[in-house]
Ligand binder design. Sequence first.
Ligand SMILES: [Zn+2]
Length: 380
Amino acid sequence: MSNTVSQALLKQLISFDTTSYKSNLDLIYFVQQQFEQHGIRVRVKLNDQGNKACLFASVGPQDVAGVLLSGHSDVVPVDGQDWHSPPFVALEKDNKIYGRGTADMKGFIACAMAVMLSVEQAQLKRPLHLCISYDEEIGCIGVRDILPQLAEYLVTPLLCIVGEPTLMQMALGHKGKSVFKALCHGQEGHSALAPHFSSAIHAANALMNAIINMQQEITQQHPQDADYDIPYTTLHIGKIHGGQALNIVPNECIVDYEIRHIAQDSSHHIQQKIAASLEHSTFKKFIHIEEVNNYSGLATAKNTPIIHSVKKLLPESTTIGKISFGTEGGLFFDALDCPVLVCGPASIEVAHKPNEYIELSQLQQCDVFLEKLVQFLKSA
Ligand SMILES: [Zn+2]
């Protein structure tokens, strides 16, 4: 069986090792070249170091609102994972394509490129745009470079579609996330004299108890959103590092934790309450907390004309829900003030794992959806 355009493009995209800590420029220049050969407008926005870039491409008229497709070019590392085939060589087998990024999320980018390359631009009444970012996997960093420019590049779109893997189901919401690093200090001393010194690990323990108690308060008293499997805001301590040897009272302990909040909660407010609960603790002066990253949650309204229109372009069995993982959608939502839909081929279940794959049928479903979207842009 011969390759469809999206299958062939996906295989090429997989061949670029765009692990977040590496450059994505070879991939970006490949996409640029493909588009420019077809007379499609492309803008490439390099980062300050000049080793990574976002790409923006557009087909159709530029003075009216259209639809913005969005995907990230970076992938998570394969280091230490047990792959059965080389992760950056696409392997087609059993109606699947294997390779790092097939599901998350080069499959969607391949489909988006295929539909833009196939469209007769003059027939579009409204434009179709594509934004490709970098460094999504390390905290939605790269897209922030191009978001301020997007308002110049396009008229506020009718809709932004983030093609993260949802098995082509419609997701209108996800939780926001804030990441914190707490530096807990102490005084070193001989452990035989431990009561004479303030232990950094004991300070960290006070903070961790405050976080665990806050989770209990949230679970019992805060608003809930039943569209999520875990319907409330979650707190999580992911990493602690402290102490040199058992016979030394530790002078430093670092605690990394996160808050993943539903739209009805504010991570800022929750963090303030954690800090306030330490107010009378003897350890308060030894704990310094820094917010190192955050991204917004997504909460697109369900009952809007554009969401109804797009639902009709998908199979009747398509569900509308919310997803557990974060995306760039919240940032697009904040920057563009337009509805954001997360909908893309493949399953998040296979993402970030060895032997990541996409079913060919998922690529095909995405192709059909985007072709119908183009029909919509020809008539709307
Ligand atoms: Zn992703």
